[in-house]
Design a protein around this ligand. Structure first.
Ligand SMILES: *[C@@H]1O[C@H](CO)[C@@H](O)[C@H](O)[C@H]1NC(C)=O
Ligand SMILES: *[C@@H]1O[C@H](CO)[C@@H](O)[C@H](O)[C@H]1NC(C)=O
Length: 524
């Protein structure tokens, strides 16, 4: 079914081609790749797509992720930005040991917010880009609501039809602004550590994490608004965000925690998964030989943002001990450094700086995965149906891990406990229940009734023709806490009862008193 949809969608896209601007700051692979998939999906459907990419992180500008979209406009860093920017890489090792809390979130994410702000200022200073973009008469603009710099810019160059696209399941900061309820009593916030069944103290923490992240984002948005308002006469970011025609979110309804969304919110999770391509991949002889060495194979990868080589040595030793205790399993570890002397004498590890992740996950000889739970890897894992041990490091990874664990195919493990990971690894490798549940989920996901690519193309074309849709904006955002939560209505409905009961109470009290007084008078 998944595949038939692709065919239908390729054939049926005969509408006039639209000029589309995709604004994607270059700072982290997971965000860029998602925006690149959107761009390529629209290019594939016959639209004229420009991928506008301000460089926030110099080292990532060769990894834009766009494959068939040809019009890529890189906005290079000028001298002023280079001068102000703190190096990002050196700080990433911190994330292994740092526990993100509501109180340190501001500091923890300051590397990102700082580079976002510098990048925004740099982007807006670039007059050539402004002129060139303005002349292209874009019909629709797509931005990620992690920054509002591009959103203000789009308004300035005359784009009135925008679509927000979150590479995460959602951003807490966006929901309140666009009138979507964030039900923190049973929906884990983006950076929450818990699942949907929370104790009171967990709900308190969930709430605090959500508000802290919202605070970080709001602060960034305010700064960016000031920046773009220095250049252009453009409304506040809240107004612009609310006026987005649709909100694409990288969530899969069948996979995510159930939650209430607005009618503008369109789930397009799984858009990065190209099953046809994954199944067509052939493993090289070298990788094939690695898989054939032992009966079982486990892939270990912590993604590209936080490096395995920076993992605290005692945790690496814990993993090493677990590996040593499984002589029938080859562990393929995505590892960045050539210096692996700390693993000397353990023969069943295969270190590699690069791994063909989806080809391996799809291979019958691969038994299990150990992953940090970035949303990209989490989605691939869900679609390819392998058991996994998920060891979240930071950001939304804990939520992703808990989200997948609900379906029974994976087990979540705390990074702080990596010294004692042995039994968990054995469990995931040899307890057949994980495999059974993982396969069941994969089959479901591969047979969903809608295809994310169709959702993107259809909604974009609709927005391009008829958007924006102010009629779809919830009136709820204009209401205060009392009105929104019906507290005034409860008051009107139930206050008479209280007044009535109170009156009866007073009368009874009066009688009791009167009786006592009467008795006392009589006794005298
Ligand atoms: C597509 O965009 C490019 C670059 O702006 C422009 O030269 C070209 O004319 C556009 N094509 C259409 C069909 O609008
Ligand atoms: C490894 O496999 C062999 C042969 O199947 C088996 O006899 C042995 O017990 C296994 N070792 C472990 C530690 O599972």
């Amino acid at each position: 079914m998944f595949r038939n949809f692709v065919l239908i969608f390729l054939v049926s896209s005969t509408v006039n081609s639209l000029n589309i601007l995709v604004y994607s700051p270059i700072f982290a692979a997971s965000h860029t790749n998602f925006m690149a998939r959107l761009a390529d999906t629209l290019t594939e459907a016959g639209h004229n797509v420009t991928f506008l990419a301000p460089v926030m992180d110099e080292r990532r500008k060769s990894q834009l992720g766009v494959k068939i979209t040809k019009d890529v406009v890189l906005v290079e860093q000028d001298e002023e930005m280079k001068h102000h920017l703190s190096p990002v890489d050196d700080d990433m090792a911190l994330y292994w040991k740092t526990e993100v809390t509501p109180w340190n979130m501001n500091t923890i994410f300051s590397v990102f917010t700082d580079s976002m702000r510098q990048g925004c200022a740099n982007f807006l200073r670039n007059k050539d880009v402004y002129d060139s973009m303005k002349s292209r008469n874009f019909d629709v603009g797509i931005y990620e609501p992690l920054s509002v710099c591009g959103l203000g810019f789009m308004y300035a160059i005359g784009i009135r039809r925008t679509i927000s696209a979150s590479s995460c399941v959602f951003y807490d900061s966006v929901l309140n602004v666009v009138g979507e309820p964030l039900e923190l009593s049973h929906v884990p916030a983006q950076t929450s550590k818990f699942g949907e069944d929370m104790s009171l103290s967990e709900r308190v923490h969930n709430y605090q994490m959500s508000k802290a992240l919202e605070g970080v984002n709001f602060k960034g948005f305010e700064v960016e608004t000031k920046l773009y308002q220095e250049h252009f006469d453009v409304p506040d970011w809240r107004e612009l965000m609310l006026d987005s025609s649709f909100h694409f979110v990288n969530a899969i309804p069948y996979l995510d925690f159930p939650r209430t969304v607005t009618q503008k919110t369109i789930s397009i999770g799984g858009i990065s998964i190209d099953m046809e391509f994954i199944e067509s991949q052939k493993l090289s002889k070298e990788w094939s030989d690695v898989l054939d060495t032992r009966k079982h194979n486990m892939l270990i990868s912590f993604g590209s943002l936080v490096r395995s080589q920076d993992m605290p040595i005692e945790w690496r030793r814990g993993l090493l001990e677990a590996i040593r205790s499984e002589p029938n399993v080859t562990f393929i570890w995505k590892y960045e450094s050539d210096d692996v002397s700390w693993a000397k004498g353990v023969s069943n590890i295969h270190f590699s700086k690069w791994v063909p992740q989806t080809a391996l996950l799809n291979h019958p000889r691969l038994s299990a995965f150990l992953t940090h739970g970035g949303l990209g890897s989490t989605t691939e894992l869900a679609f390819l149906g392998k058991p996994a041990l998920m060891v979240p490091i930071f950001a939304d990874q804990e939520r992703n891990a808990n989200m997948l664990a609900r379906h029974g195919g994976v087990r979540v493990f705390q990074k702080n406990n990596l010294e004692n990971v042995k039994t968990a690894i054995h469990d995931v490798l040899f307890n057949k229940d994980y495999l059974k549940h993982a396969k069941k989920l994969a089959e479901l996901l591969n047979n969903q009734p809608t295809h994310p690519k169709n959702q993107v193309v259809n909604h974009l074309e609709f927005a391009g023709k008829f958007g924006p849709f102010p009629e779809m904006n919830s009136r709820g955002i204009d209401l205060g806490f009392i009105q929104k939560n019906l507290i005034d209505v409860y008051f009107v409905l139930y206050a008479p009862y209280f007044v009535g009961y109170f009156a009866v109470f007073l009368v009874v009290l009066w009688f009791v008193r009167a009786k006592e007084v009467f008795r006392k008078v009589k006794d005298l």
